[in-house]
Design a binder for this molecule. Structure first.
Ligand code: NDP
Length: 315
């Protein structure tokens, strides 16, 4: 049978390219989990995806109620859940003030980490009961959260500190809009959220891989300088960033190529190892990459897991 893959944020950029790459193989049905139904359906059409190859289901990660409703809606489809890809993200580098999700969490960490954390926890039982030969939960990471890389050392650097802001509810009361309790910085909030994504993947692996057989993985697909992720950046940045990545850092990757990379992590029979953060070299060959000290700290992973559980109402 065909595999079924849920992809969050499949209405643009990496998520859309991955949905298209998977659908084109004829071996996958894609559930596009998107906050804007019309945008998603136009995106799928314009990408040339065949009608029967996907289903769009509404999901707004900035609302825990929406996440729970999404899970109910997916179960009503009576399709197996074989792979889940947590891909959607917001990046607010020029924001001066924090904005908040429906549940009152700072937006970047609220959407990128907490919304996905609840989604992944809820769907774990569905993944576990799937009879697909290789069931996978993938959380898209990033180099920018990894301070062991050049890109990860561009200030402001990711740093979760002692997690006091997360423990206080990440609700902007006092200085708790940031995980470390520091002053609000939109670019840092994004990087912190990506560290949480990578920590969550590893904690899932430690807690659930053996018992469920699910493969947990993260990846850095390369710098896809053309996606909507940079939509809130200043215009000059948006103009210069793609050529800079292409010719100076040489980290540039097209949306199509990045989509193929993520599609490998979804379905390639050689990428079944769990607990891995995948990257690709210049020749587009995948390899197991090293995470920074903070992004691979098991104690921090456990604490982020436990605090996140409380915030999303699982503990
Ligand atoms: P895009 O902005 O193109 O895509 C982000 C997607 O997330 C969009 O589909 C967007 O929906 C969706 N989204 C945003 N907020 C919500 C929400 N509240 N609920 C549901 N969906 C939401 O960016 P990319 O494709 O670049 O980013 C995809 C992933 O790749 C992210 O995890 C990012 O961190 C990661 N990444 C990107 C890199 C890059 O260079 N671009 C590098 C490394 C990692 P809508 O279309 O409605 O706005």
């Amino acid at each position: 049978r065909k595999g079924t893959a849920i992809i969050t944020g499949a209405s643009s950029g990496l998520g859309l390219a991955t949905a298209k790459a998977l659908a084109e193989t004829g071996r996958w049905h894609v559930i596009m989990a998107c906050r804007d139904y019309l945008k998603a359906s136009l995106a799928a059409k314009n990408a040339g995806m065949e009608k029967g190859s996907y289903t769009i289901v509404h999901l707004d990660l900035a609302s825990l109620d929406s996440v729970r409703q999404f899970v109910r809606n997916v179960r009503q489809l009576e399709m197996p859940v074989d792979v889940v890809v947590c891909n959607a993200a917001v990046y607010r580098p020029t924001a001066k003030e924090p904005s908040f999700t429906a549940d009152g969490f700072e937006m970047s960490v609220g959407v990128n980490h907490l919304g996905h954390f609840l989604l992944a926890r809820e769907l774990l039982s569905d993944l576990t009961s799937s009879d697909y030969p290789s069931k996978r939960l993938i959380i898209v990471g990033s180099i920018t959260g990894n301070t062991n890389t050049l890109a990860g050392n561009v200030p402001p650097k990711a740093n979760l500190g002692d997690l006091r802001g997360l423990a206080a509810g990440l609700n902007g009361v006092g200085t708790s809009a940031m995980i470390d309790g520091g002053e609000f910085d939109g670019a840092k909030a994004y990087k912190d959220s990506k560290v949480c994504n990578m920590l969550t993947m590893q904690e899932f692996h430690r807690r659930h891989h053996e018992a469920t057989g699910v493969t947990f993985a993260s990846l850095y697909p390369g710098c896809i300088a053309t996606t909507g992720l940079f939509r809130e950046h200043v215009p000059l940045f948006r103009l210069l960033f793609p050529p800079f990545q292409k010719y100076v850092t040489k980290g540039y990757v097209s949306e199509e190529e990045a989509g193929k990379r993520l599609a490998q992590v979804v379905g390639d029979p050689s990428l079944t190892k769990s607990g891995v953060y995948w990257s690709w070299n210049k020749n587009s060959a995948s390899f197991e990459n090293q995470l920074s000290e903070e992004a691979s700290d098991p104690e921090k992973a456990r604490k982020v897991w436990e605090l996140s559980e409380k915030l999303v109402g699982l503990a």
